[in-house]
Design a binder for this molecule. Sequence first.
Ligand code: B12
Ligand code: SF4
Length: 722
Amino acid sequence: MGVDGRECPELRLIARTPGGVRPCRRLACMSGQSLFARLEPLLPRVRRPVQYVGGEGNSIVKPWDAAAVRWALMYPDAYEVGLPNQGLQILYEILNEQPDVLAERTYSVWPDLEALLREHGLPQFTVDGHRPVGDFDVLGVSFSTELGYTNMLTALDLAGIPLYAERRGESDPLVVAGGHAAFNPEPIAGFVDAVVLGDGEQAVLGITDVIRAWKAAGAPGGRTELLARLARRRLVYVPAFYDVAYRPDGRIQAVTANRDDIPARPTKHTLSDLDSWPYPKAPLVPLAETVHERMSVEIFRGCTRGCRFCQAGMITRPVRERNIETIGAMVEAGLRATGFNEVGLLSLSSADHTEIGEIATGLADRYDGGNVSLSLPSTRVDAFNVTLANEFSRNGRRSGLTFAPEGGSERLRKVINKMVSAEDLVRTVSTAYAHGWRQVKLYFMCGLPTETDQDVLEIADLAREVIRAGRRASGHRDIRCTVSIGGFVPKPHTPFQWVGQASHEVTDARLKLLRDTVRADKEIARAVGFRYHDGRPGIIEGLLARGDRRVGAVIERVWREGGRFDGWNEHFSFERWESACAAELEPLGVSLDWFTTRERDEREVLAWDHLDAGLDRDWLWADWQEALRETELDDCRWTPCYDCGVCPTMGTDTQIGPTGRSLLPVVGVSAGSPVVASRVEVAEVVESADSAESAGAGSGAGDGPAGDVRLDPAAVGSGTPA
Ligand code: B12
Ligand code: SF4
């Protein structure tokens, strides 16, 4: 834990080489002091220095000494990917709203700055206050993908925090993982102190309360007692409190709690009333270029369409919609707070919101003639979505429409439960092309369970049909269809968690066959763009997704051998992972193949079975069997419950409209010309929607953040690094 305002009592060790140690030069510095004066001279020597200076619109720097609990929040990827991350922005704002809590952000530094930090003995720092990450009470790391694990090790090492939780001392931060990949944190179990499963809004506040009370009481019992308190309150999963036993054949025998005061199965957190948590109210406005430069509003969480490959859909059940009024208020408040001119309506399947038509028309009317454009991430294949897209593009560009049939053949789409027929697709794209769209993008996966070459070749047939239909409907020949294909990776807590992953050789051979077939077809060769990645990164993602604690040594070895930014093609090295697997796994009688391409049977204990995502294991297995029988399953939003287990286990229920209400009228901002408002004004817009909501329909706000404290405007980031 950070030391409050006193001299650093111990030598914080900063590694000159990864994993090596040497004493930090800032031995006499005060905890929480800004390192900016020492960092600044290094910045002209690195690529895109602006990513390290902080001071973004709506960023916050609070006084260090006034905080009882301090969080460093990390997205373990480059700033340009990490900054727009909604999950982290939400937690940042919720934590900073508490008067005695401080939260700052940190992202992965690129290898050029990593080398300079090591050379100059500077640690991993936050971009808000440029404070050493090692000084904070908690380092919260968000994993939306497993390929960020090596980047976490770089950050720990640069921060002077021991890589392994068991070697950390009382002055080290608690390292807490969250995000979708953390639903099987076993490969990183040794590196993290605790894991939050599921929604983080209430969890971070609960963790903060426990830490605050424990610190105030003089930190009784040290780290272990703190972790035990967090585990007993069902806030986190603490891997060190669970032992794993293996069978002689390498499979897991059992995972058992080694204390009797903690749950045998830690459970996920589920926010039950999204309207009470309208975050982020004031999204960050980056100074440097990022992957998404728009304001995103999450219109619902969870998805019950039941696509069998989709971990996100399974682990975020049940569906919880935000109502149309809150969405309207959030869009308005967010635009005022940021000055963005694009709004993305975010969710796992945005067109499924029960009032999406009204939302689309309402927003399009509200901003008609101005410079605010609207977008949906990707859409289901049906003609209604083209109508939606037409509404959304009233003010913007008609760049292209994206649909995701995922499987090439109808048979395969039944296996994965993606209920789309070729006729649906052709009808939908015909409507799109007839409405003036010229570019359609289709997403597919390769390597799906039971897939054959023929299934993949049918992607070419679909593309041909789409081009023909487009030419017919539009009367033009110059239309395009882009086929984008990703390798399928089986994920925990899905019906496909037992399947053998297709080897990268199989995936690559099928994709080559498909590419050659499209190229050889003169009718469509020029009209079809073909995008795919080679299958090898998918195999490593598969290892990390379904690995167990033995995979931790592989991650460490890869990192020591230079593994960084594994999600980036130019940095990823399959050979490095392959050789680390050979060195670390094979002596234990397991291997890369064993973890990835091997099919598991029903009785095998899976590395994540002791973690409760709410889904009934028997239901998942039954659904896997239904997949093999090519049987589809409807969406439980509109049919009777299928007993997946989530609602009774989590004490939640599907929350959907329609509410019959409308978007709140806009007050005080001229349509299409958003102005940057202060954080307090924004809170007022959202809160006025909240009160309209509770006055109108009595939907309780009792679930809301404790105290919902407004910020002191003086504490809001001024744009100058502290
Ligand atoms: C916008 C988006 C993107 C954007 C922006 C990503 C970003 N930096 O945020 C872009 C286009 C760049 C992108 C890229 C990718 N994405 Co994406 N993306 C999404 C999308 C549509 C929204 C994410 C989001 O904002 N969710 C809402 C927020 C509130 O949820 P959240 O982030 O999970 O956070 C909550 C909790 O998880 C928790 N939490 C999160 N972190 C932490 C940390 C701590 C300490 C705690 C306590 C709690 C906590 O608290 C938060 C609030 O409740 C999701 C789908 C979806 N609707 O979730 C896919 C999704 C996250 N992406 C996905 C994937 C696969 C990718 C890519 C790997 C794709 C690729 N092959 O390149 C890359 C990875 C990029 C990277 N390095 O991270 C998958 C993840 C799948 C999985 N884990 O099984 C998803 C779920 C889509 C899907 N259905 O497949 N993505
Ligand atoms: S428990 Fe029933 S209603 Fe709830 S998500 Fe599962 S199938 Fe749907």
